[in-house]
Ligand binder design. Structure first.
Ligand SMILES: [Zn+2]
Ligand SMILES: [Zn+2]
Length: 280
């Protein structure tokens, strides 16, 4: 049976792998297809598409957007859209500048706590357009100001800790619309992680196409529950590892077994949406 991994991050957001490493890892895992889903970024898609083509692996364009619905944080995965879509790129550029401002604000709060980190050090380490909290944490460790990423989050960066800064979020419906108008399929990421089941009916109403049933942090019972939910609401099923590179010495890529047939249905839906998005 052929397997896929539709949830991967690269160095273009908070992951560590570049395009070639991702393709190499995908081949090592004998994956038939992968999608790159960097936070608020599509920058890594062209390079990863090329590396996958060379490695004989099918590539699906993707991204992971952060949204908020009824006070809950949601992650919305987009798949199969046009990475050159003007409105999508304009919005992504806006999210990226918001992220950069947020890093500056977190650093300012750290400085007020007499933690001598500079925003430039974070940006240099992040080396991407979509910096975030993990980069601030890594910079704190690199500067010897924290012993580990966990310590950085626990002392400073976790929600309601002293250097935490709230994040601007669009609504769930806006995220769906942004992906749809670019010809993509919109999927709710790791619902078991955010415990956001109550928003699902409203998101389905707003046009959400699918739900990520298979995920590293979903137990077998959780996966089963979302597979039943997908069935009930006639949603596409997706899944992936949410790999960010090495995790305790091993990458997560390929560790969540998602059968290829789910991708067939996703591609069929994406083709319908792309046709609808074309100017008539
Ligand atoms: Zn996520
Ligand atoms: Zn993710």
């Amino acid at each position: 049976m052929a397997f896929i991994d539709l949830h991967l991050h690269s160095r273009f957001s908070d992951g560590t792998y570049g395009p070639e490493e991702l393709a190499t890892q995908a081949r090592r895992c004998e994956l038939a297809a992968i999608a790159l889903t960097d936070h608020d970024s599509v920058e890594g898609c062209p390079g990863t598409a090329q590396a996958c083509a060379a490695a004989g692996i099918e590539f699906i364009t993707g991204t992971e957007l952060t949204a908020e619905q009824d006070g809950n944080e949601l992650h919305i995965l987009g798949y199969g859209f046009d990475t050159r879509n003007a409105r999508l790129l304009t919005q992504i550029a806006k999210f990226q500048s918001v992220r950069q401002d947020r890093v500056r604000e977190m650093v300012a709060r750290l400085n007020r706590l007499n933690v001598p980190l500079s925003a430039e050090a974070v940006f240099a380490l992040a080396n991407c357009q979509a910096p975030g909290r993990p980069h601030v944490a890594r910079a704190l460790v690199a500067a010897g100001l924290c012993a580990s990423m966990d310590e950085a989050f626990d002392r400073f960066l976790k929600k309601h800790r002293p250097a935490w800064v709230p994040k601007f979020k669009m609504s769930g419906a806006e995220a769906l619309d942004l992906i749809h108008q670019a010809g993509g399929v919109a999927v709710l990421a790791h619902p078991g992680l955010n415990r956001t089941d109550e928003v699902i009916p409203g998101m389905v109403e707003a046009g959400m196409d699918g739900i990520e049933c298979f995920h590293t942090k979903h137990s077998t019972a959780t996966t089963q529950r979302y597979l039943e939910l997908a069935d009930r609401f006639h949603l596409l099923v997706t899944g992936g590892s949410d790999c960010h590179g090495l995790n305790k010495g091993k990458p997560l890529i390929g560790t969540v077994e998602v059968p290829y047939h789910y991708l067939e249905k996703l591609k069929a839906r994406a083709a319908d949406l792309a046709a609808a998005a074309l100017p008539h």
